[in-house]
Design a protein around this ligand. Structure first.
Ligand code: SAM
Ligand code: SF4
Length: 329
């Protein structure tokens, strides 16, 4: 049963009046893959959030009105205590959903225990169905048959939602979009196509072009009113007898920031008010130095008051972005 929601004195709102109800925790900056577009640097700094830090942060944010937590990374399944961290979050009064994003490499063995621990929504990154391409995109450790078995295990584990995320890269996978849709639908999953953001090298394919490519690859798209918690816009896709939803995340070319409801704590323990920002508030160091829940809550409110209308990821003059593996996507 979902624990009762605490009633926040004043719900968390950013400087533009957007309610913040969704916390993303990057549990580790370590990763077993080396995706070209993610963070070209070696594994990021930060030991990762300790289980007790994660649990306290979730409790504090729930008290401020957060209702959903996503566990991400780096690769969160590298954490031996992932099921415990997820279970702590799921048991926190006020938290309605715990979600996870993974590269799928360890999903075959973890799908059922994570579901049992309280993870209800799962996103798996799947950019290609071709082993040679996956090795070129993610490194030689990435094992496609194993990832596909993991997605099969997730499909039977009973998640309320299963999404397969593909970053669309020119010259990388833009000829496989139709195949990725059909594969996802056969597993009861929603394929989602993400515009490449400038955290690493690569040539992005704008969402408008992704839609044209899908049409050319046999997927007819129709409007659909489905809205999720995040910035994805959905359409209904049909390819012969197969059909299902398709999600689009136009991080660079579309109104990605409109209605943003997210806040992030990175694997370095610092709060980021924006995925594409450069500012960080050292929340976990404050917590370990003895700050009270009320003091931490006020610091979070202060950081969110400074949040801009939209990200400026494309503005290289503002300096490098914070590493994706530390921030968690
Ligand atoms: N390791 C896990 C995974 O790959 O799913 C979780 C962390 S990863 C940083 C979270 C998401 O960010 C993945 O779906 C990944 O494809 C996406 N991502 C990483 N770098 C990106 C970029 N430059 N542009 C767009 N999405 C990116
Ligand atoms: Fe690792 Fe995920 Fe980044 Fe790929 S996208 S390098 S799997 S954190």
């Amino acid at each position: 049963m979902t624990p009762p929601a605490p009633s926040p004195a004043a719900p968390l709102v950013d400087g533009r009046g957007r309610a913040v109800t969704y916390l993303r925790l990057s549990l580790t900056a370590r990763c077993n893959f080396r995706c070209t577009y993610c963070s070209p640097a070696p594994d990021g700094a930060g030991e990762g959030l300790r289980r007790e830090d994660a649990a306290r942060l979730v409790r504090i944010f729930a008290g401020l009105g957060v209702r959903r937590v996503r566990l991400t990374g780096g690769e969160p399944t590298l954490r031996p205590d992932l099921a415990e961290v997820a279970g702590d979050a799921a048991a926190t009064p006020g938290i309605e959903e715990v979600a996870l994003t993974t590269n799928g490499q360890r999903l075959e063995e973890l799908a059922a225990p994570l579901r049992a621990a309280g993870v209800s929504r799962l996103n798996v990154s799947l950019d290609t169905l071709r082993p040679g391409r996956l090795a070129a995109l993610a490194g030689r450790a990435a094992d496609l048959p194993r990832i596909l078995r993991g997605i099969g295990a997730a499909a039977v584990a009973g998640f309320a939602s299963l999404k397969l995320n593909a970053v669309v890269i020119r010259g990388g996978n833009e000829d496989e979009l139709g195949e990725l849709c059909r594969f996802a639908w056969r597993h009861g999953a929603v394929p989602r196509f993400i515009e490449l953001m400038p955290f690493g090298p690569g040539d992005p394919v704008p969402i408008a072009e992704v839609k044209r490519l899908l049409a050319a690859q046999g997927v007819r798209l129709e409007p659909d009113a489905t809205r999720g918690w995040g910035p994805a816009v959905h359409m209904r896709g049909r390819a012969g007898p197969e059909s299902g939803l398709v999600g689009f995340i136009g991080a660079m070319s579309e109104s990605f920031c409109e209605g943003c409801n997210r806040v992030r704590v990175g694997a370095d323990g610092a709060l980021r008010s924006c995925l594409g920002g450069r500012d960080r508030l050292p929340l976990v160091p404050m917590l370990r130095a003895g700050a009270s829940d009320a003091e931490l809550g006020e610091a979070v409110r202060g950081a969110l008051r400074e949040k801009g209308e939209r990200h400026d990821m494309g503005d290289a003059s503002r300096g490098p972005l914070l590493p994706m593996r530390e921030t968690g996507g």
